[in-house]
Design a protein around this ligand. Structure first.
Ligand SMILES: Nc1nc2c(c(=O)[nH]1)N(C=O)[C@@H](CNc1ccc(C(=O)N[C@@H](CCC(=O)O)C(=O)O)cc1)CN2
Ligand SMILES: Nc1ncnc2c1ncn2[C@@H]1O[C@H](COP(=O)(O)OP(=O)(O)OP(=O)(O)O)[C@@H](O)[C@H]1O
Length: 229
């Protein structure tokens, strides 16, 4: 191997150019990661590093915030979601004594409206299938579907990050934004509640035209109402 002792300035300069060109070639064609993608990546990595026990304990704290807020007391039809890849778990709400008369629903990727969600009743007997994102959802063939999402009273929404005004970053499919776009015109039901670990509360975001903000945010250590701001 050539000894660096015999290299002059020209040798070093040519070596520096060679290394720099290789770096540029490697990143060429890849767009720089957007601010939103960076937030998604950071939070998803953190979520997936939680132990099962942490996930369960933290989720119980968030559920307790919802119970304490009283927001579900008069709600009859409530949508939530089944957690995947470390997401906080809202399903223990279904087991609470005071909520035994309520109807719970899960999102289903709609077959009728592209990139929209429908909602289906969910209890311990519901037959489930995996959707194209490998998320279990009620089997449409057997489920009782609710096609009009305005019939729900409350939707507990999954999210990756949320700011204190309720601006939400999701998994990037735009499903919740499309499904609840009607809420931007009329300030109507359902009430959207973001359900998240404390570390998912992020710095203020500039919303896009299509973004639908959540009305309230349930975290481990606090319950935020975005219209108090
Ligand atoms: N538990 C849960 N259920 C849910 C949602 C959710 O966020 N969480 N959704 C909320 O809308 C809908 C499904 N939306 C999804 C949108 C994109 C991807 C997804 O995996 N997208 C990329 C990878 C994204 C990433 O991890 O960076 C892919 O397709 O590879 C998954 C679900 C309905 N059900
Ligand atoms: N109401 C809408 N009409 C048409 N396109 C929309 C609408 N809402 C969102 N989109 C499209 O969906 C794409 C994803 O949006 P965004 O990144 O805000 O999704 P998200 O909120 O992270 O996902 P999700 O709601 O599924 O959790 C955007 O490129 C946007 O163009």
């Amino acid at each position: 191997m050539a000894s660096f002792r015999f290299w002059n300035r020209g040798h070093f300069y040519r070596w520096y150019c060679f290394i720099s060109c290789r770096k540029i070639a490697k990143t060429r064609g890849k767009p720089p990661m957007s601010h939103q993608s960076e937030i998604r990546k950071r939070i998803q990595t953190k979520r997936q590093s939680l132990t099962k026990q942490q996930q369960t304990n933290y989720s119980a704290q968030i559920c307790q915030q919802i119970v304490n807020s009283g927001v579900l007391d008069n709600a009859g039809h409530i949508a939530f979601y089944l957690p995947v890849r470390g997401e906080a778990d809202p399903t223990p709400l279904q087991l609470i004594d005071a909520y035994q008369d309520k109807h719970f629903y899960l999102p289903i990727l709609s077959e009728h409206k592209e990139n929209h969600l429908a909602f289906a009743r969910y209890d311990e007997n519901t037959q489930m299938v995996l959707n194209r994102f490998r998320i279990p959802e009620p089997d449409v063939a057997t489920a009782s579907l609710l096609h009009d999402p305005s019939q729900l009273d409350v939707v507990i929404a999954p999210l990756v990050g949320v700011d204190s005004r309720g601006n939400r970053i999701g998994m990037g499919g735009g499903f919740y934004d499309r499904t609840f776009a009607f809420k931007k015109d009329e300030n109507s039901s359902p009430l959207l509640i973001g359900f998240a670990y404390d570390f998912q509360l992020i710095e203020p975001q500039t919303p896009q035209d299509w973004d639908v903000a959540v009305d309230q945010i349930a975290l481990q250590s606090q319950y935020l109402s975005t219209d108090d701001l």
